[in-house]
Design a protein. Structure first.
Length: 346
């Protein structure tokens, strides 16, 4: 009896070892497949593979536009600003070329505009700038195609409302436009809460300059051993989270509340009354992956305190699968929506 029990135990242990080995092999293959396909520009909406790609993208390979020294320069007034000229910017889901000049990002269709008319200026962060799309595909260029008024795109990645308006005030465009479009994002709130005197300190400019020119070298300094350890940890950690989420109840996503964001944003706008006076001001929002706001003042056709709020009606499908920015089709959808609202008011 003891012999048979011992033999059965050995058999169980043997099967367990084999199962564990096969499981490790399977997970390793899935992980490697996820990484290789992403590196080759394929983002896949497949359970676990998507989770692996998402983690690898944001933790290891995503290029950040504002930390690319070929695209950005440190700026004593704005911490950083776009370099004039051409800038190549790519990630696995897109390969783009951006052009900047003294009037912001290039708006190719402006060549057909009536340049003697008062124009439209677009302020915003990476969504307005056009992260992930070429000059022709920005919603600014789509808007330009639908109006004969010149459109200027001053959007800059990661700027909050404060720096957007500061850039506008320094641009020399205030007297050339009668319409201001402000694209808001939920991550603007933190900068908007900051005292303006604390945003533009010399220490912040110097700190950004150091990061801009040292981040690439720091990445290269990571040893091969650390990289292997990181991949092993990620493969197991992401798998654990994925398995836990399979069995536990997932709460419904809660919409973000715009009310508190709006209150602080209005305070920022009030500091720039001089350059905003006698202008129509449109407020629209774009949040990563199409996150929606509750209590957004969707008052199209009705001007309240010189502001017109436009709900962009964007969906998750308007964004890249991994990157949280608008695809060319998403930009086009937003540009068409905006064109209708602006043309109706004008």
């Amino acid at each position: 009896m003891h012999f048979f029990f011992k033999a059965h135990l050995i058999q169980v242990i043997g099967y367990s070892i084999i199962s564990a080995f096969l499981g490790i092999c399977a997970i390793s293959l899935i992980y490697l497949f996820s990484i290789v396909t992403l590196i080759n520009g394929m983002a896949l909406d497949i359970p676990l593979i998507y989770n692996y790609q998402q983690a690898y993208y944001y933790q290891d390979i995503q290029q950040i536009w504002q930390y690319d020294s070929t695209c950005v320069q440190h700026d004593e007034d704005l911490i950083y600003s776009p370099k004039f000229g051409r800038c190549n910017f790519s990630n696995p889901e897109f390969k783009t070329t951006l052009n900047f000049n003294g009037e912001g990002r290039a708006v190719p269709a402006r060549s057909n505009a009536n340049l003697h008319k008062k124009g439209i200026v677009i302020l915003g962060d990476s969504h307005a700038m056009g992260w992930g799309v070429n000059d022709d595909d920005t919603f600014a260029n789509v808007l330009q195609k639908n109006t004969d008024k010149p459109v200027f795109n001053l959007g800059v990645s990661s700027y909050g409302t404060e720096r957007e308006l500061k850039r506008f005030s320094l641009s020399g465009l205030s007297n050339k436009v009668d319409t201001v479009i402000i694209q808001y994002c939920n991550n603007d709130h933190g900068e908007n809460l900051t005292n303006p005197m604390d945003i533009y300190t010399k220490e912040k400019v110097a700190s950004f300059r150091d990061v801009l020119y040292t981040s690439a070298e720091q990445k290269k300094a990571i040893s091969k051993r650390e990289i292997v350890k990181k991949h092993i940890y990620r493969a197991l950690h992401v798998l654990q989270i994925w398995l836990v989420n399979l069995v536990k109840h997932q709460p419904e996503e809660k919409n973000l509340d715009f009310q508190i964001n709006n209150k602080v944003m209005i305070e920022v706008l009030s500091r720039y009354k001089k350059i905003l006076s006698n202008k129509k001001i449109y407020i629209l929002y774009v949040n990563g992956h199409g996150e929606q706001y509750m209590n957004f003042h969707s008052s199209e056709g009705q001007i309240i305190n010189n502001l017109i709020y436009i709900d962009p009606l964007l969906e998750k499908s308007d964004f890249y699968l991994l990157d949280d920015h608008l695809t060319p089709m998403g930009q086009k959808k937003l540009g068409e929506r905006l064109s209708k609202a602006v043309i109706t008011q004008n």
